[in-house]
Write a protein that binds this ligand. Structure first.
Ligand SMILES: Nc1ncnc2c1ncn2[C@@H]1O[C@H](COP(=O)(O)OP(=O)(O)O)[C@@H](O)[C@H]1O
Ligand SMILES: [Mg+2]
Length: 272
């Protein structure tokens, strides 16, 4: 479990990025932080692995205050996937994936064997192991990023708009893969996105944020869609505004999230 307790973050220039944020991200579940650009999502995520330290308040991982853990060992046991995949351009795919295990002192042969397993898990082909990142498509690079985040077998995976830079079809593919992987691995995932459809598709818990990381609503996708807390949330969902207008539709095989045109907009994950 990750717990943000009364967390605030002001940057030196006076920007109040996060004000009094309290939230629990349950173990083995996916919590999605969703909100517009600048609302404080990245700041929140980086407080978990101490790339940002809160101005006040604390972040807990189970019964450990992360402020008491030195940043380097902390980061080596928390997976982190960035928007642009953050791959090292001059290192082969296999070495990119094995980066953290190698830093942790895992012997090279063993780190590479593990990286090869992860390539399969995220849907990469073995022959791509010796390519360089720029020889892969955007979607493949994102898969490498996810594999690298998982390489040290962390209990916690932080994902900052990891699928933001790829086209919608590839994005849907990557989301489906992540759901499949998460069913298998049951990591504690904190996933950041500005895309409400992505949040609804991936989250066990979704947290809709306004400026300063104010929690406008937190709940299951079903709860948020069925009962938006206020106009801000309804607006964010696009309810009653035509184009997006996400709602739930019961079908013989389960509940779908569809848009105002009846097109599927996402997939619901059953809570629990
Ligand atoms: N290093 C920094 N110095 C000053 N302001 C920052 C810094 N990082 C982020 N901010 C500001 O903090 C606010 C929240 O940023 P961020 O957490 O990156 O939001 P998001 O990820 O939701 O787009 C924004 O106003 C942003 O400009
Ligand atoms: Mg961000």
């Amino acid at each position: 479990m990750i717990r943000f307790q009364d967390v605030c973050k002001s940057y030196p220039d006076g920007t109040e990025a996060v004000r009094d944020f309290t939230l629990e991200a349950p173990t083995g579940k996916t919590t999605v932080l969703v909100g517009s650009s600048g609302c404080g999502k990245t700041t929140l995520l980086r407080m978990v692995n101490r790339m940002v330290d809160p101005t006040s308040g604390a972040v807990w991982i189970d019964d450990e205050n992360v402020a008491d853990v030195p940043p380097v060992p902390l980061r080596r046991r928390i997976g982190y996937v960035m928007q642009n995949a953050g791959l090292l351009p001059h290192r082969k795919v296999i070495d990119n994936i094995a980066t953290v295990p190698l830093l942790n002192g895992v012997p090279k042969a063993q780190a590479h064997a593990r990286a090869a397993e992860l390539m399969e898990l995220v849907g990469l082909e073995a022959r791509q192991a010796n390519r360089y990142p720029d020889q892969l498509s955007g979607g493949q690079q994102q898969r490498v990023g996810v594999a690298r985040g998982l390489a040290a077998d962390p209990n916690i995976l932080l994902m900052d708009e990891p699928f933001g830079a790829v086209d919608p079809l590839v994005r849907a593919d990557l989301q489906a893969e992540l759901l499949r992987i998460q069913r298998e691995l049951e990591k504690t995932i904190v996933f950041v996105t500005h895309d409400i459809a992505e949040a609804l598709a991936l989250g066990d818990q979704i947290v809709i944020l306004a400026k300063g990381a104010r929690i406008a609503q937190a709940g299951t996708p079903q709860q948020v869609v069925a009962e938006p807390a206020d106009d801000f949330v309804a607006d964010f969902l696009g309810l009653g505004r035509g184009t997006l207008d996400l709602h739930l539709r019961e079908t013989p095989t389960g509940t779908l999230v569809v848009d105002g045109h009846g097109r599927p907009a996402g997939r619901l994950v059953e809570p629990g």
